[in-house]
Design a protein around this ligand. Structure first.
Ligand code: ADP
Ligand code: MG
Length: 607
């Protein structure tokens, strides 16, 4: 039975079949067609590219550019397989154009109805149609410099592929994302995108000093650029440029990672990991920053020819690239990352505004209904206590020694960025004031950041100061963990944790960091052991160290709920002002928010 299937005669595949196979690899969805065509326009030196889409790209994809155009002969050749004008001297290591395989046009043409209109300048232009891979007659058209490529009925010739397309909305979204990525990398080119006759993206070229800044503001919501740090760093043959968000401006997914290698958008694991590591101190593992980063590297040191759709690259010296990126980002965050995101205060104000609108109609029982919706009212307050009572206690500072003579005291503190502490609320929040704003500090988050920075400082200087436990703690561990623990015992000791094996399945904790003597040392050791277990795959102890310090700080700093007097509060504010990264705790949550008086006035309709 099986023998029957064996064919004895070998035949060459037809050109159309070869192109369709290749289309299967390179053209997985309409966005991939857009990518190839727009990259061709850029390679042709276009300064204006317009893309029109209908029905998610299934009915129509049209790309119009003002690039160099093609001659009649080149147009004829362009749609043949493996013909390109871009690879000089057959040098695959020195690729300056996006294209070089000469595959895109013939592949797309083999699975659709394609029409190309092209013209090199003032003389006549040429039009060529290809239906399912079969060339029609070429004929002259009126001159109009540039190229228009129209793709109708994509995948009509390969119905199986057609079935795999997602909804029009999803396909449109892929196209929008793609064009945003390409346009960020080409701020000197005007891009516009119309889907079903609607203009969804328009990025004109601006005349200003920093084209990248303008382009990024055009394609992202403007909050990103306002809440980001500029990166610009060079090392040997590499340059890293762009914008990364402040740690407090973070997201639940990595969709806003815009990464480019030699101006090509890539999804490179090495770079993604390097970004994660750089933010490690500032963000919890499930939060992501937004980035628009351009890595420029000598083209001899990177291979972009790894994957047909070319979103992966291969570096000749990955380690150097990785540490360069980590270093550059850390330095940028170090210099400027302490700011907290301005969107937080804005969001807060908007939330309050919404509440206002919601309750405005019930004029009569306004206070009653509002207070019952206030989730943060202390549980001890009786139901008859209304918001006005709360406001009364708000306006009466609970701090000692401030009631009568607060004005002179405030004068002294006027110069401090975080202002003068006025009171503590819910034993969690410190309220302070500056001449133009009210500041709310989350005491727990602030303590956490200060503790973390202190520990890091100690490590960098003389090592973490240790405290011997009066009664050593015994912690149970399993055997494989024991092996790991024994192998990193010395490193743990330098982290302030001295342990010894007690039995084959238990350890004895003898010393803990001095700063943490007041906490539960058994729980502390347990947490760190958990970390060591979950870090199994990682060989980089430094990452573990940072994470462990974060765990120390998060679980063991002074928790909210502690009463502080005004002196202690001010001391905390002053410490925050001189501590790096004090704008957020090491999970990327803000440690304080600033409400500008002018915004508060708006809430009350005073401006
Ligand atoms: P590649 O881009 O890899 O060279 P393509 O199949 O995408 O292969 O394109 C084949 C050739 O057609 C290109 O090398 C270029 O000379 C020409 N071409 C394609 N699109 C354009 C365009 N928009 N403007 C001018 N020339 C183009
Ligand atoms: Mg191409």
């Amino acid at each position: 039975m099986i023998e029957e299937k064996v064919t004895t005669k070998i035949k060459s595949l037809s050109a159309v079949t070869i192109n369709r196979i290749s289309a299967g690899e390179v053209i997985e969805r309409p966005a991939a067609v857009v990518k190839e065509l727009v990259e061709n326009s850029l390679d042709a030196g276009a300064t204006e590219v317009t893309v029109k889409i209908e029905s998610g790209g299934k009915n129509l994809i049209l790309v119009c550019d003002n690039g160099c155009g093609m001659s009649k002969e080149d147009l004829n050749l362009a749609v043949e397989r493996h013909t390109t004008s871009k690879l000089l001297d057959d040098n695959l290591l020195d690729i300056k154009y996006f294209g070089f395989r000469g595959e895109a046009l013939p592949s797309i043409a083999s699975v659709s109805r394609m029409t190309i209109k092209t013209c090199m300048g003032s003389e006549e232009g040429w039009e060529l149609s290809i239906v399912g891979g079969n060339k029609q007659n070429i004929h002259p058209i009126a001159p109009n410099k540039g190229t228009i490529i129209e793709i109708r009925d994509l995948f009509f010739a390969t119905p199986a592929r057609l079935k795999f397309l997602r909804s029009e909305k999803t396909e449109n979204q892929h196209i929008i994302d793609l064009l945003k990525k390409i346009s960020a990398a080409n701020p000197n080119v005007r891009f516009s995108l119309l889907t079903d006759q609607k203009l969804v993206l328009d990025c004109p070229v601006t005349e200003l000093i920093n084209p990248l800044y303008d382009r990024v503001s055009q394609i992202f919501n403007k909050n990103f650029i306002e809440n980001s740090i500029e990166v610009s760093k060079t090392h040997q043959d590499m340059t890293l440029k762009g914008y990364v968000s402040l740690p407090t401006y973070n997201k639940g997914n990595s969709n806003d990672y815009y990464i480019y290698v030699n101006n090509r958008p890539v999804k490179d694991k090495l770079i993604l990991t390097a970004i994660r590591i750089a933010y490690h101190d500032f963000l919890s593992r499930d939060r992501y920053p937004a980035t628009v980063l351009f890595l420029d590297i000598n083209s001899e040191l990177v291979d972009v020819n790894v994957h047909p759709s070319k979103t992966e690259v291969r570096f000749r010296d990955p380690q150097t690239v990785r540490s360069f990126i980590i270093h550059s980002l850390k330095e940028a965050l170090q210099n400027d990352g302490g700011r907290t995101s301005s969107t937080i205060a804005e969001d807060t104000l908007n939330a309050i505004k919404t509440e206002e609108i919601k309750f405005a109609p019930t004029q009569k029982h306004q206070y009653q209904s509002r207070s019952s919706s206030y989730s943060s009212i202390p549980k001890g307050l009786g139901s008859q206590q209304t918001l006005s009572n709360i406001f009364q206690s708000f306006s009466k500072p609970v701090v000692r020694g401030f009631e009568e003579k607060d004005t002179p005291a405030l004068e002294e503190d006027n110069n401090y960025p975080l202002g003068a502490a006025r009171c503590q609320l819910h034993e969690t929040y410190i309220i302070s004031q500056t001449p133009e704003s009210i500041i709310i500090v989350d005491q727990h988050a602030a303590h956490e950041r200060l503790m973390y920075e202190k520990l890091k400082d100690q490590i960098e200087n003389n090592g973490i100061e240790k405290q011997r436990l009066l009664i050593p703690e015994i912690v149970e561990v399993n055997e494989s963990t024991m092996e790991k623990l024994t192998s990193i015992k010395d490193q743990l000791k330098s982290l302030g944790l001295t342990i010894d094996q007690c039995t084959p399945t238990s350890i004895i904790v003898r010393e803990v960091p001095h700063l943490l003597t007041n906490c539960n040392s058994k729980k502390l050791a347990q947490d760190i052991i958990d970390d060591i277990e979950s870090y199994e795959e990682s060989s980089n102890l430094k990452e573990l160290v940072n994470h462990t310090l974060g765990t120390y700080a998060c679980h063991h700093s002074i928790r909210s709920g502690r009463k502080m007097d005004v002196g202690e509060m001010n001391q905390l504010l002053r410490e925050m002002e001189i501590t790096a990264h004090s704008g957020q705790c090491n999970h990327g949550r803000p440690t304080y928010i600033e409400l500008k008086l002018k915004d508060i006035e708006k809430l009350f309709g005073r401006s």
